[in-house]
Write a protein that binds this ligand. Sequence first.
Ligand SMILES: *Cc1c(COP(=O)(O)O)cnc(C)c1O
Length: 459
Amino acid sequence: MGIDNIYQPIFGSKASKENVILKKIRKESLDSTLAYRLVKDQLINEGNARQNMATFCQTYMEPEATKLMSETFEKNAIDKTEYPSTAKIEQACIDIIGDLWNVPDGDKMIGTSTVGSSEACMLGGLAMKFKWREEAKIRGIDINKKKPNLVISSGYQVCWEKFCVYWDIEMRTVPMDQEHMSINTEKVLDYVDDYTIGIVGILGITYTGKYDNIKELDKKVDEFNKMNKRSLGIHVDGASGAMFAPFTSPELEWDFRLKNVVSINTSGHKYGLVYPGVGWIIWRDKKFLPEDLIFNVSYLGGEMPTMALNFSRSASQVIGQYYNFYRFGFNGYRDIHLRTRNVAKKISSAIEELGIFEIYNDGDNLPIVCYRLKPKVKVNWNLYDLADRLQMKGWQVPAYPLPEDLDKILIQRFVCRGDFGMNMASALIEDIKIAVAELNDANVSMHQKEKIHSHGFTH
Ligand SMILES: *Cc1c(COP(=O)(O)O)cnc(C)c1O
């Protein structure tokens, strides 16, 4: 069925009278103009991504980047022989990122692009598991007696839970407390034993935006390794922070400058400023990536190692990443990120001025603002109500409980990104003030039992 006749408006067409969301494939074809309009319209009620304050993921790229990416959708990142220049661009991204992370020897490092940090974390975790097994055998440990374990703070992102479930590993979480709000380096070694495959440090706890103190963690691991003749390593989950800190706090030592940091991952689609679909992992030295995890694909008559979990996927995101590096340069990234931080600081101080909120992160570390209602403040509404109010103006702002041990505390979080300028921040602040004033005057009907809304903090 095409357009009924060329004079008929789209919204008078037969297709526009029918459901667009189907359970079975349509029988007949549809005109492409109609199909485009009707599918696009089906998405009309979704939030505006630019106003989505819940996500770290990039919501804007320049028209030139979008053009370049849409012109390269068909390139398959795994076909190194067919697309050798694309393969070079991927390697160039790895070289650039390795350099940003102060890798000591560029010839020894190895890395890959992935779909995102989740895939990269799986790879980092797997490499640690395989390495642990090799060494445990040499140390004479019965590897079947107990499950291997991974040590991480309770502020972990859900991908680590997946990693542990998929690969049968015990997750040992070091509880975050009010004082730390990141990994407690005094306690972390209490969780380590012969079956520990490694420790994960998080550069940018998803909940609060705080950086784990990786330098201190490295010191502890060093002492442990010396005492126990081990070579326990640290993987840094830098999904958001590893593309932020190198530009904004180059003096902060969290990366390959620390000798026990064996691998680092990041999401190109967070502060790498690319649309969703790209992540990276780098090992400081090939020796930390067991051979068993490396497969070869053909490349210009020879072979090239690959270690990603996925096979085919579009190379366009990798090309988008390279465009950004090439176009912005170090100073461009730095300026974008510093601007974003200033925006977060501005929002934070405006919220603090209202007097009823306690700030947990004011844009320091990651440019996110996160706060709770002060416990002594008597208001007849909670942060879920504020989230609902802000949604009326299009702002998507999550409210959620903190992780275990702090889970009685409900917080709200705004993630600031490069496309969120001072102008938009002013509009948001205005809307927050109006929302708070309206809530204070309103008869809010509280739910008898407030159910936990846990969405919104996992990305
Ligand atoms: C976002 C995030 C992830 C998952 O990253 P994706 O790129 O969405 O797969 C993992 N860890 C942390 C700390 C994150 O913030």
